[in-house]
Write a protein that binds this ligand. Structure first.
Ligand code: ADP
Length: 733
C-alpha cells in the first residue's frame, strides 16, 4: 500500500494532540508526586501515631503488671484504682481486665471473695462450646483463669466477670503463649461487642520473690484494645485515608489476617484511583503487636489542580494557534515568493529567447560603458574577434555617418547623460574590423536603477544593408515589369491602330477605287460607240480598270486580314483591370490634379477577355476623360469610376467633369479619323469598340445632363467555374 504524506493540517493536529497528551502526562505525574508527598507526610504521621499508641498499650500493660507484681497479695481494689487512673490518662484505651490464676482448690474461696465484691450472681463460667456467648458454670479443671477485674465495670463489661479465659476459644492459645514465653502477647482480633472490633494485649504476671521456677502465675493482665478507639484521634476521614492493620503472621487469605480496615472513600473513581491512588505498607515495630499498617488514599476530583492543567492546555492551544498562523503566513509568503520567482524566471527566459532569436543586435551596457550582455545577432553583426562581454562599447562598436570620415558623436554618452532614448542618426554606418561599412539603424535607451538613477543603457541596432539591397532589387524588378507591360500595351495599341488605320483607309479608298473602275468601264463603253476605236486607249482603260479592281481587292483582303486577328482571352477580374490602369495612369492623373472617386463592386467581377486589350480600352477612356478635363481649365477635375454587376453583366462607367462631347461629334464618335483634338487621330474609340465587340460587349460615350461625359462599357459576366486569373501589372496571363 502506498503511504501518502499526511496533510499539513492533520500533522499540526497530531502534534498538538501529542503535546497536549504529553502535557497532561507531565501534569498527572507532577500531581501524583504532589499527592504522594502529602500522602507520605500523612503516612508518617499515622505511622508514628499508631506506633505510639501501640507502645502506649504495652507501657500500660507493663505498668499494671508492675503494679500487681509489686503488691502482694493481690489487691483488686488498688488494681482497679490504678487501672481507673490509667484509663483516665489514656482515653483511647477501652478496658483493663485481670484474669486471676485460681487453682481448683482455691476456686470456692475465690468465688466467695468475688461474690462479696461483685454480688451473688458472680460465678466462674465458661462458654458453651456449642453456642457462642452462652455460658455455663466452669467444669472441673486443674486450674482456672477467670476474669477477676474489669475496669471500667459497666453494663457492657459486667458479663465478662467470672469468664474462664483459659476456656475461651479465641484467647486460650494466646494466653498460654504469653504465659509460656513470659511476654506481652496480642490475641487474635475479635468482635468483643457487636460492631466493635479489637484485640486483647495479654501480659502474664508472676509472683515476685519466689524461688520456684517458673515463679507461680498470678494471673494475666489484659488490655482490651478497640481499633476504633485506637485510631480515632487520627481522624482518618478528614485526611481521606484508608487504613488497614494486618497480622503478618497470618496468611493474607486468613480471616484473621486483617485486623482492622477502614476505607477513606467507599466509592472511589476507578481511574482516579488508578492514576493518583497512593498506598503504603509499613510494618509496625511493636514486638507484642507485630502488625502491618497499610494506608491508602484515592484522591477526589477537587483535590486535583485542574486549573493548572486547563491553563497549560490553553497556553499550548494559544501557542499552537499562533504557530499555525505564523506557519500559514510564512507558507503564503513562500508561495508568493515562489510564484514571483517563477514569473521572474519565465520573464527572463522569454526575454532571453527573444534576445537570442530577434534579428536586431542588442547590447546591454553598464554605466561604465562596459558590455554586460550581447545577443547572438549583435555578435554576428559586429563581427568582433573574441568575447564582447566585459569590453568597452567604444572599443567594439565604431559608428560613422555615411559620407563622413569623422567618428559619430557618441550617442551612448548623450543617452547616459540625458537619460532619454536616442535614435541613431539616419545613415549611421557601422565600421567593421575588416574595414567594411554597413548601414544600420537603431536606438540607445537608458536603464534605470530602482532608485531612478541611470545604471546603464541598451543599444539596439539592425543592419539595413541586406534590406536596402532587397528593396533595390524589388524596385528594379518592378520597374522592369512595368516597362515590359507598357511596351506590350504600346505594341497592342500600335497593332490596333495599324489595323484600324488599314481598315479605315481600305474603307475610305474602296469608294474612289470603285468609282475609278466604274469610270474606266464607262469610258470603255463610250469608246465602243466611237467609230474609230482607239485601241490603245481602250486597252489603257481596261488596264486602269483592272488595276483599280486589283487595288480594291488588295484593300478588301487587307481589311479582312486586319479584322481576322486572333483573339486570346482569359478569366479576368474587371476590378483588377481598373486597379492596374489607375496605377499605369497614376503619373498623368497626379500631374493633372484629378480627384478620383472609386466605387468598385466589393465582389470580384469575372469577365472573359484579353486583359491587355481591356486595359487598352480602359486607358483610352481615361485618356479621353483627362483630355476633356484639361480643356476645362477653371473647373475642378473629378473622376468617378464605378464598377458593378447587373443582370449577368459587368458594367464600368467613367464620368468626368470635362465639357462633354461636342454635339456634332455625338454620332461619329466611333468612326475612325474623327477627332476634335488638334493632334488626335480619331482612332481611340473605334479601336475600343472593335476590342469590346470582339469580346461580345458594348461600349458607349454620352453626355451627362449636368455637365461632363460618361463613357461606359458592358461585358458579359463570366460564369464558368474556375479561378479568376488576376493579372498584376506587367505579368502575363
Ligand atoms: P481622338 O482621341 O484621337 O480624338 P477618339 O476616337 O478617342 O479619338 O475620340 C474621338 C472624339 O470623341 C474626340 O476627339 C472627342 O471630341 C470626343 N470625345 C471622346 N471622349 C470624350 C469625352 N470624354 N469628352 C468629350 N469628348 C470626348
Amino acid at each position: 500500500m502506498e503511504l501518502r504524506p499526511l496533510p499539513k493540517k492533520w500533522l499540526f493536529v497530531l502534534i498538538w494532540l501529542s503535546l497536549s497528551l504529553l502535557l497532561t502526562l507531565i501534569w498527572s505525574r507532577l500531581e501524583h508526586a504532589r499527592l504522594k508527598d502529602a500522602f507520605d507526610k500523612d503516612t508518617r504521621h499515622v505511622y508514628s501515631m499508631v506506633s505510639r499508641k501501640l507502645d502506649q498499650n504495652e507501657a500500660v500493660v507493663a505498668a499494671i503488671e508492675a503494679q500487681i507484681a509489686s503488691r502482694q497479695p493481690l489487691d483488686i481494689d488498688a488494681l482497679q484504682r490504678f487501672s481507673h487512673e490509667l484509663l483516665l490518662r489514656y482515653p483511647g484505651l477501652y478496658t483493663v481486665e485481670f484474669f486471676q490464676y485460681v487453682a481448683r482448690a482455691d476456686l470456692d474461696s475465690f468465688g466467695a471473695t468475688m461474690r462479696a465484691r461483685y454480688g451473688q450472681d458472680f460465678s466462674v463460667r465458661e462458654e458453651d462450646p456449642g453456642r457462642r456467648r452462652s455460658w455455663r458454670p466452669a467444669g472441673d479443671y486443674l486450674d482456672y483463669l477467670p476474669v477477676a477485674l474489669v475496669e471500667p465495670l459497666n453494663d457492657n463489661t459486667r458479663h465478662l466477670l467470672g469468664m474462664d479465659s483459659w476456656r475461651e476459644p479465641i484467647l486460650a492459645a494466646s494466653i498460654r503463649q504469653a504465659i509460656t514465653n513470659d511476654r506481652t502477647q496480642a490475641s487474635p482480633p475479635f468482635e468483643r461487642y457487636p460492631g466493635e472490633r479489637g484485640y486483647l494485649l495479654l501480659r502474664p504476671v508472676f509472683a515476685s520473690g519466689s524461688n520456684t521456677k517458673p515463679p507461680p502465675l498470678l494471673g494475666v493482665v489484659a488490655l482490651s484494645v478497640n481499633f476504633g478507639r485506637l485510631l480515632q484521634p487520627l481522624n482518618l476521614d478528614r485526611q481521606a485515608l484508608g487504613l488497614s492493620l494486618f497480622n503478618p503472621r497470618q496468611p493474607a487469605s486468613h480471616p484473621l489476617a486483617e485486623l482492622f480496615g477502614s476505607q477513606a472513600d467507599p466509592h472511589p473513581q476507578p481511574w482516579l484511583k488508578r492514576l493518583f491512588g497512593q498506598e503504603a505498607v509499613l510494618p509496625l515495630q511493636s514486638e507484642a503487636q507485630p502488625f502491618t499498617l497499610q494506608l491508602t488514599r484515592s484522591p477526589h476530583w477537587e483535590e486535583l489542580r485542574w486549573g493548572t492543567l486547563l491553563f497549560q492546555q490553553l497556553l499550548l492551544a494559544l501557542l499552537f494557534l499562533s504557530m499555525v498562523l505564523i506557519y500559514r503566513q510564512r507558507s503564503a509568503l513562500l508561495q508568493s515568493r515562489a510564484a514571483a520567482d517563477e514569473a521572474l524566471f519565465e520573464q527572463r527566459e522569454r526575454a532571453l529567447v527573444t534576445l537570442q532569436s530577434i534579428r536586431e543586435g542588442v547590447l546591454t551596457l553598464g554605466f561604465d560603458r562596459r558590455i554586460e550582455l550581447a545577443n547572438p545577432m549583435a555578435v554576428q553583426l559586429l563581427k568582433a574577434d573574441g568575447e564582447l562581454v566585459g569590453r568597452q562599447f567604444a572599443e567594439c562598436v565604431h559608428l560613422r555617418y555615411e559620407l563622413s570620415d569623422s567618428l559619430a558623436v557618441s550617442v551612448l554618452d548623450r543617452c547616459l547623460s540625458g537619460g532619454v532614448p536616442i535614435e541613431l542618426p539616419e545613415n549611421t554606418q557601422l565600421l567593421l574590423p575588416s574595414g567594411e561599412l554597413r548601414t544600420i539603424d537603431g536606438a540607445v535607451a537608458p536603464l534605470f536603477s530602482r532608485q531612478g538613477q541611470i545604471s546603464g543603457a541598451v543599444v539596439v541596432f539592425r543592419d539595413l544593408t541586406p534590406m536596402q539591397r532587397r528593396a533595390r532589387q524589388a524596385m528594379e524588378q518592378s520597374e522592369l515589369r512595368a516597362r515590359e507591360h507598357i511596351e506590350k500595351l504600346a505594341h497592342v495599341t500600335r497593332l490596333h491602330t495599324m489595323g484600324e488605320m488599314a481598315s479605315g483607309i481600305a474603307h475610305e479608298l474602296n469608294q474612289p477605287l470603285t468609282a475609278i473602275a466604274n469610270y474606266c468601264q464607262a469610258s470603255i463603253s463610250l469608246l465602243d460607240e466611237v467609230d474609230a476605236p482607239l485601241a490603245p486607249v481602250r486597252s489603257a482603260l481596261e488596264a486602269a480598270q483592272q488595276q483599280a479592281r486589283r487595288a480594291a481587292d488588295i484593300l478588301r483582303n487587307l481589311r479582312a486580314f486586319v479584322s481576322k486577328r486572333p483573339v486570346s482571352s482569359g478569366l479576368v477580374d474587371l476590378n483588377q483591370v481598373v486597379a492596374n490602369c489607375l496605377q499605369l495612369a497614376e503619373f498623368d492623373l497626379r500631374a493633372s490634379d484629378v480627384e478620383i472617386n472609386l466605387q468598385l463592386d466589393s465582389r470580384p467581377l469575372p469577365v472573359r477577355v484579353d486583359p491587355i486589350q481591356l486595359e487598352q480600352v480602359m486607358l483610352n477612356l481615361l485618356s479621353n476623360a483627362l483630355d476633356a478635363m484639361r480643356e476645362n481649365e477653371a473647373a475642378r477635375r473629378k473622376l468617378l469610376i464605378v464598377s458593378k454587376q447587373v443582370d449577368g453583366e459587368v458594367r464600368l462607367q467613367i464620368e468626368d467633369s470635362g465639357p462633354g462631347v461636342p454635339a456634332h461629334m455625338l454620332d461619329m464618335l466611333f468612326h475612325p479619323f474623327h477627332s476634335t483634338k488638334p493632334h488626335g487621330m480619331g482612332l481611340g474609340l473605334s479601336i475600343c469598340q472593335t476590342i469590346v465587340e470582339q469580346f461580345r460587349g458594348q461600349i458607349g460615350v454620352e453626355n451627362i445632363p449636368g455637365g461632363g461625359a460618361r463613357s461606359w462599357l458592358r461585358l458579359r459576366l463570366a460564369v464558368e467555374p474556375g479561378p479568376i486569373v488576376t493579372r498584376r501589372q506587367g505579368q502575363e496571363v
